[in-house]
Design a protein around this ligand. Structure first.
Ligand code: PLP
Length: 811
């Protein structure tokens, strides 16, 4: 926490600006003003950062390292100001200099090094670890290009590369002196030295891993942890132009390009595995660099390698960083000279793993041939892990060959990352109760039987500092006035807000705040999409990755159905609604891109039909990302969480919405179930098949989409509208969606849940008309959102998984 007054802040800022830009403040551009502010705040944070690192080195407390391919941080300035506690004086001070803080904040590029929920979770966890005084750091890749920028052109998604570093990045510090070498390819020479087999890696291609460190500041507690992102560079003595002949010169260029490609770009697939060698290189690259630097730092400060698991926890976010297991083994065996049994015990106790999805298409597996030639020593270690593990399996399940080959790490010419992650960690957690139950009973039941004590649940969470304090200052103000500011440190205290929900003046204010947030969102919609929407209408929002299982299609079909009804009956009595969508599709995911195009064409048709315009509007907002989510969520009335039950492991936007007083329309999937348990049946609208029904259909069949089509005229009509030219001159345009539902029998039960979904929406319409009841429902949702703070989640990780005395003490 930084203490200062407005006057000294203003003086420091004016000086900083002059020093950086060599001109007077009033002559500067907003970009220059942003850079000066960022730089000043970075300076403040740097002192805290230094102190924190000194403290960690002195106390020797247990350090947690959160390994993730993705960190979806969004913008950092606003959060840093909030957490160091100078947001208000900064805002006021700048205002006196005729500068609008929000305008400067908006100039910061989102740090978009992630695809969606998984990457955003990692970012929320960093914020919570720092705020709870937990020494917890991130480790990942500094992609030169983050998640692509989405443009909508003629209704279609067009991907533009995300050159997020073009104006520089004030938050990061390049630490060349802490670079590591990561080795690819080559051969392993086995030699006997002093009676012990040693493995020498020769003829490899070295890659220099250079860390860029970003401070992660805790909320007013004087702590700044580190997010370390690795960048791949050519090893300089391998790239000395003068020493190369022509042929070597070209080779050298090739080497440099192939090295730099490793941290060039984030793969834009969410919950989808692509067996590309570059992806494998990315995974080993950051994992190897990360573990080497952790061990180097640990030893430098006098750590005893046999106590590694007492002093260090390494958490892997999904299977993407699973090579941390054989990489740690490699270092303990080959570099530290430990015996296999010791190395294995330490590795297993150090590493823990979170599973994020049960979707089969997301399971990572690598062809042996590709793996072996890229990572020969790591392959040998995995073979040995597998050999010993299969021995254990044979003794536990004698004669059960099928089961054993199903559970093996290596099989069918492939290396399977999930079994490796399970075998090599002491903890495996799912991300919501239902998800963990499905892992235990179904998806990973063989493993659960083998290692029942490893499995546990940690329901996801979101940082209320970004998703409430920062993004919804007006609601935060109301909460502070009614229940005090205790909830900021103890989010469960939000419950006290429920005591104020019989006070009509509080409800009036709640309604007024929502309305103002909707006005603000309406303005942004007009600026970005040139569509005017009425803030008095219900803002009905579905924003998330576009994916068949998330069922944006179902949402769109019900809008098409409502449109039909309004045309048939112009007097249909509904409260006006604005349907808002946003989200990116993976560039190679045709069906998802087709869905975006459908939504945009439906929007065009409806928004230009004066017969219905005072009742409904449809908006697809371009380029969904963290900063846009912060604009949309506080201005939302209805949160659409409508995935096919069993498919959404947890969801986290569902939590952000309830915390901002939206009412959820939901299937009993992921964390929606836990939201329902918190707010009660009367404060959430549930619809659709339950998990048992869905699992039963998948197991035993018996569902016919065609039957739904033939027996429900509403379904028949909207499906025919997909292919009769109503929404596009080219009748084949949305055929893939039609065929997916009819020809391929609707894998995600869109038609099966349709009727129940429409009824849920009718219920919303009725509830919204009763203003007082609606406001109370919003209030109950806010009051019960505290448990979904990632502070609660991180406390559970710290005590239940990373456990050490120091981590307990810090809580
Ligand atoms: C929270 C968040 C997500 C996750 O949304 P879900 O609806 O839980 O899938 C994805 N992208 C961004 C930008 C987010 O802020």
């Amino acid at each position: 926490m930084v203490t200062m007054d407005k006057k000294s802040f203003k003086k420091a800022y004016v000086n900083k600006f002059l020093e950086m830009h060599g001109i007077e403040l009033k002559e500067g551009t907003n970009q220059q003003k942003y850079e000066a502010l960022g730089s000043l705040v970075r300076d403040y944070v740097t002192r805290t950062w230094l102190r924190t690192n000194k403290k960690y080195n002195k106390t020797g407390e247990k350090q947690v390292y959160y390994f993730s391919m993705e960190f979806l941080l969004g913008r950092l300035l606003g959060d840093a100001l909030l957490n160091i506690g100078i947001r208000d004086i900064c805002k006021e001070g700048l205002a006196e200099l005729n500068i609008d803080l929000q305008e400067l904040e908006n100039l910061e590029e989102d740090q978009g090094l992630g695809n969606g929920g998984l990457g955003r979770l990692a970012a929320c966890f960093l914020d919570s670890m720092a705020s709870l005084n937990i020494p917890g750091h991130g480790c990942g890749i500094r992609y030169k290009y983050g998640f692509f920028e989405q443009k909508i052109i003629d209704g279609k998604q067009v991907e533009v590369s995300d050159d997020w570093l073009r104006h520089g990045n004030v938050w990061e510090r390049r630490n060349s002196n802490k670079a590591e070498i990561v080795r690819f390819g080559g051969d392993i020479k086995v030699e006997e030295r002093n009676g012990r087999l040693t493995f020498v890696h020769v003829n490899y291609a070295p890659v220099l891993a250079v860390p860029y460190d970003t401070p992660i500041v805790g909320y007013k507690n004087g702590i700044a942890n580190t997010l370390r992102l690795w960048s791949a560079e050519a090893v300089s003595n391998e790239f000395d132009f003068s020493s190369f002949s022509r042929g070597d010169f070209l080779k050298a260029i090739e080497y440099k390009n192939s090295v730099e490609s490793i941290s060039q770009v984030l793969y834009p697939e969410d919950s989808f595995y692509e067996g590309k060698i570059l992806r494998l290189k990315q995974q080993y690259f950051f994992v190897s660099a990360g573990i080497q630097s952790i061990i180097r730092h640990f030893k430098k400060h006098g750590g005893n390698i046999f106590e590694l698991d007492d002093k260090i926890s390494i958490h892997i976010n999904d299977t993407h960083p699973t090579l941390a297991i054989p990489e740690l083994m490699r270092i303990l065996l080959d570099e530290e000279g430990l015996a296999w049994e010791d190395a294995w015990r330490i590795t297993e106790k150090t590493i823990s793993y979170t599973n994020h999805t049960i979707l089969a298409e997301a399971l990572e597996k690598w062809p042996i041939d590709m793996f072996k030639s890229l990572l020969p020593r790591i392959y040998m270690i995995i073979e040995e892990i597998n050999r010993r593990y299969c021995e254990e399996l044979w003794s536990k399940f004698p004669g059960q060959e099928n089961k054993i080959s199903r559970m093996a790490i290596i099989g069918n010419g492939q290396i399977r990352m999930a079994p490796l992650a399970i075998v090599g960690s002491h903890s495996i957690n799912g991300v919501a109760k239902l998800h963990t139950e499905i892992l235990k009973k179904k998806e990973m039941s063989d493993f659960y039987y083998l290692y029942p004590n490893k499995f546990n649940n940690k329901t996801n969470g979101i940082t209320h500092r970004r998703w409430l304090l920062k993004s919804n200052p007006k609601l935060t103000q109301l909460l502070c006035e009614t229940i005090g500011d205790g909830f900021i440190k103890h989010p469960l205290d939000l419950q006290n807000f429920e005591n104020h929900l019989n006070d009509t003046s509080v409800l009036d204010r709640l309604a007024k705040i929502k309305f103002e947030n909707k006005q603000k969102l309406a303005k942004i919609i007009f600026q970005n999409q040139n569509i005017s929407v009425d803030p008095k209408s219900i803002f009905d929002v579905q924003v998330k990755r576009i994916h068949a299982y998330k069922r944006q299609t179902m949402n769109c079909l019900r809008i098409m159905d409502l449109y039909n009804k309004l045309i048939d009956n112009p007097n249909l009595d509904i409260h006006p609604r604005t349907f808002i969508f946003a989200g990116k599709a993976a560039p190679g995911y045709y069906l998802a891109k087709n869905t975006i195009e459908l939504i945009n064409n439906v929007a065009d048709k409806i928004n230009n039909d004066s017969r219905v315009n005072d009742k409904i509007k449809v908006v697809f907002m371009e380029n969904y990302r963290v900063s846009l989510a912060e604009d949309i969520i506080p201005g939302t009335d209805v949160s659409e969480q409508i995935s096919t039950t069993t498919k959404e492991a947890s969801g986290t936007s569902n939590m952000k919405f309830m915390m901002n007083g939206a009412i959820t329309v939901a299937t009993l999937d992921g964390a929606n179930i836990e939201i329902k348990d918190e707010v009660g049946d009367d404060n959430i609208i549930i619809f659709g098949l339950n998990a048992d029904e869905v699992l039963n259909y998948y197991r035993n069949g018996g569902y016919s989409a065609l039957e739904m089509y033939n027996n429900d005229l509403r379904i028949k009509n909207v499906l025919n509208d997909l292919i009769n030219g109503k929404y596009h001159n080219d009748r084949d345009r949305f055929k893939s969606i039609y065929e997916n539902l009819i020809t391929y029998n609707d894998e995600f039960f869109v038609l099966k849940d349709f009727d129940s979904y429409l009824k849920a929406q009718d219920k919303i319409d009725k509830l919204y008309r009763n203003k007082r009841e609606w406001q109370k429902m919003c209030g109950v949702n806010i009051a019960h959102s505290g448990i979904f703070s990632s502070d609660r989640t991180i406390e559970q990780y710290a005590t239940g998984i990373w456990g050490s005395e120091v981590l307990y003490k810090n809580l």
